[in-house]
Design a protein around this ligand. Structure first.
Ligand SMILES: NC(=O)c1ccc[n+]([C@@H]2O[C@H](COP(=O)([O-])OP(=O)(O)OC[C@H]3O[C@@H](n4cnc5c(N)ncnc54)[C@H](OP(=O)(O)O)[C@@H]3O)[C@@H](O)[C@H]2O)c1
Length: 302
């Protein structure tokens, strides 16, 4: 089997590529950075630039499925021009893949796209499953909706579409986890806001195994990619502290103290999404990490 990955050089893409290679899957990947192009026997890089409509069509030869992860990081201050980049990097890249497949012969049968749980409006009470359609009317909610709509186009040319609404990925090298770890390890950690907001997390190993599961089982439609047991911000912060042998003694940090430093991006810490993993479980996926304590123990003890 041959898979084309966009964004293969990022956090999820790197772990996913290793997993797919271990299953004997050949990977072609697109990168916007010529320095990241490798030409290994089963891992071949190709240059693209979605903004300028540049794409190397030879990357599609023999490809059975596409895994679309490309997108500018949201962990960077959201100026108005950068907000455009967050949106365009996802939508223009999807559009360019679509246009290329529409206009050229190919054998692609499925596209699996990363998506985000930010599509669900912030709520302390809702338990979001994939049937919820009253999407968040804020910046990230709109980005996710347009991103998924750009992928939906592939249905028109007979390609199965699968949307993996991914929660907060916990990995040793993930930026949000590193940002939480630093103050806690120095004894200066605290929860944010009321601390009651839900954080629907997932261990990186489960996240990439679900991407592989969607590929191997030819899934189509929307799936939440979160662990079965979401936690509140207070629980997350205390769990990290306990793994580090630290205590949380400082009072919670209110949003008005964080916003001047990070701007609108503060919503990532203060919004609440309790997201349900039942659908992927009902397909037969078995989680390795159900509880945040075991996930963090695994990541922080390595
Ligand atoms: N990590 C999470 O917690 C999480 C949660 C929910 C959803 N997601 C989504 O899942 C996807 C993968 O996440 P990740 O954490 O692996 O992201 P990441 O580490 O930031 O990697 C994303 C990749 O996208 C490519 N990229 C960056 N800017 C681009 C642009 N302007 N145009 C085209 N490609 C661009 C880069 O590859 P090149 O430099 O090789 O081009 C980069 O390696 C992202 O779309 C992200 O929004 C992630």
């Amino acid at each position: 089997m041959k898979v084309l990955i966009t964004g293969a050089t990022g956090l999820i893409g790197t772990h996913l590529s290793n997993l797919l290679l271990s299953h004997g899957i050949h990977i072609n990947y697109f990168t916007t950075d010529k320095d990241k192009i490798k030409s290994l026997p089963s891992f071949e890089g190709y240059y693209w630039n979605p903004e300028q409509c540049i794409i190397d069509k030879s990357a599609f030869i023999g490809v059975d499925a596409i895994i679309h992860l490309a997108g500018a990081t949201i962990a960077k201050r959201w100026s108005s021009s950068y907000k455009q980049e967050i949106l365009q990097s996802r939508v223009l890249s999807g559009n360019l893949l679509y246009k290329t497949l529409k206009e050229n012969p190919h054998q692609v049968k499925q596209i699996i796209s990363a998506s985000g749980i930010a599509v669900y409006p912030s709520s302390m009470d809702e338990n979001y499953d994939e049937n919820f359609t009253d999407y968040a009317d804020d910046f990230l909610g709109n980005v996710v909706e347009k991103w998924e709509n750009s992928v939906r186009l592939f249905n028109k040319i007979g390609i199965e579409t699968c949307y993996l609404r991914t929660g907060l990925v916990l990995a040793k090298e993930s930026v949000p986890l590193q940002k939480l770890l630093k103050p806690i390890s120095m004894g200066a950690g605290a929860a944010f806001g009321s601390g009651n907001q839900w954080q629907s997390w997932i261990h990186i190993d489960d996240a990439v195994k679900i991407y592989y599961f969607a590929l191997a089982n030819k899934l189509s439609g929307i799936y939440n990619v979160v662990a079965p047991q979401p936690v509140t911000n207070t629980m997350l912060v205390h769990s990290i502290a306990s793994q580090l042998g630290k205590r949380i003694i400082l009072p919670n940090i209110p949003q008005f103290m964080v916003t001047p430093f990070v701007g609108e991006m503060a919503t990532l810490l203060y919004d609440s999404q309790k997201v349900d993993a039942s659908k992927i479980i009902s397909e037969g996926y078995k989680f390795r990490f159900n509880e945040v304590d075991e996930a963090l123990k695994d990541l922080l003890s390595k």
